[in-house]
Design a binder for this molecule. Structure first.
Ligand SMILES: *Cc1c(COP(=O)(O)O)cnc(C)c1O
Length: 377
């Protein structure tokens, strides 16, 4: 076959990493080579912490090597190493893994049927005298009911650590949602809205706590020869910090592109019976991290999996985030709370969700192609 007539269309992936300009990155690398300071709170690390605190609108933030270690470290910093933590079954597995790595027992409470965030009433019903904390997730970057969760936490003397891996830059009524609860964590993994290749951060409320977290992140060193806690190594290096500084300059325009794609999707999906999608919430500044759709097979005429494979055949690599629910993973098969989990809403969402491609390189043409495949029954 002639290569001119045979063109293989490249697939449209669910996400695509936001990459800094290679020329600008090279300049920063040259500077790092001259400084010969590669990690341990270097020049670019300090700059990125300051720049992120300002961009996100939070007073205290500590950079990490990924988004899982801040979850583990937050629990350590709050001395939460035994008891039960109420968490969501509808998330990425790292949320629950962080509890296990601290010897805590995950207790899965159900989510609300629309947004997929922890349902405060289900959280309250799951509290026992062993409960020490709540670990919710702002799924897809849509804010949890932080006020209701805080009332419950205050009433029962519980800590709240938000897994805000999806919620980079999200604001509610002009304030960062990272200010909710005791601490919030971020992931800067390559697949997220904002990335440092691998990376993450922990947001806390006081300078004393930030200092404690910074020490835990560096083996627990409190001085040259003093170690006061069994810390971990999770320090971001200069190369990723420099990369992150450059990406911060273009994240707003990446989010603006995502917003345009979301609007195109929503307009067209409104005319396709059996497909539900999420709308913007009044008062919330969204980041359009993901674009989940929910398939009602009876009305739509195909099951979720049929649509998922149909898209795949046409080169559209959507993903079933979050399927299966976390308690269904083999890793949790022996967990009592997982077996007992009564989570019908989470299961219904997990069994009907598809996350459509959503990233800064999509355009109206890509979106229309995807929509036309969804609309052909
Ligand atoms: C991506 C993600 C994490 C883990 O972040 P890494 O940077 O990959 O370690 C944790 N929780 C949620 C909800 C995530 O989506």
């Amino acid at each position: 076959m002639n290569s001119k007539t045979h063109s293989t269309l490249s697939p449209i992936t669910v996400t695509s990493p936001l990459l800094p300009d290679l020329g600008e990155f090279t300049e920063l690398l040259q500077d790092i080579w001259q400084r010969k300071w590669l990690t341990n709170n270097g020049h670019y690390h300090k700059q990125l912490e300051t720049a992120l605190a300002e961009y996100l609108g939070v007073p205290y933030i500590s950079l990490f090597t990924n988004g899982t270690l801040p979850l583990i470290t937050a629990l350590q910093a709050l001395n939460l190493t035994q008891g039960e933590v109420i968490t969501t079954p509808y998330s990425f597995v790292a949320t629950t893994h962080a509890l296990i790595w601290n010897g805590l027992t995950p207790v899965f409470a159900d989510v609300d049927p629309v947004w997929g965030n922890l349902d405060p009433a289900a959280v309250e019903a799951a509290i026992t005298d062993r409960t020490v904390a709540i670990m919710p997730v702002h799924v897809y970057g849509n804010p949890c009911d932080t006020e209701a969760l805080q009332r419950i936490a205050d009433k029962h003397g519980l800590k709240i650590i938000y897994d805000a891996a999806h919620a980079f830059g999200v604001k509610q009524n002009g304030r960062s949602i990272l200010e909710a609860g005791d601490m919030s964590t971020l992931s800067f993994h390559a697949t997220k809205v904002y990335n440092t290749v691998e990376g993450g951060a922990l947001v806390c409320q006081t300078a004393e706590m930030k200092q404690h977290i910074d020490q835990l992140r560096n083996f627990g060193f409190t001085g040259e020869t003093e170690v006061e806690a069994a810390g971990i190594n999770s320090k971001m290096d200069e190369i990723r910090a420099a990369y992150g500084l450059l990406n911060l300059q273009q994240v707003d325009s990446a989010i603006a592109t995502r917003e345009r794609v979301a609007k195109t999707y929503r307009n067209a999906l409104a005319g396709i019976p059996g497909i539900r999608c999420l709308q913007d919430i009044p008062g919330v500044q969204h980041n359009y991290a993901y674009f989940p759709i929910y398939v009602d097979a009876a009305t739509y005429g195909r099951t979720r999996d049929e649509l998922y494979f149909h898209l795949k055949e046409h080169g559209i690599l959507a993903r079933r985030y979050f399927y299966p629910v976390i308690p269904d993973f083999a890793a949790y098969a022996n967990s009592l709370s997982a077996r007992a989990a009564h989570i019908p809403n989470a299961r219904a969402l997990a069994n009907s969700v598809i996350c459509l491609p959503m990233h800064h390189e999509l355009n109206r043409g890509n979106a229309m192609k995807i929509l036309s495949i969804i609309s052909i029954q």
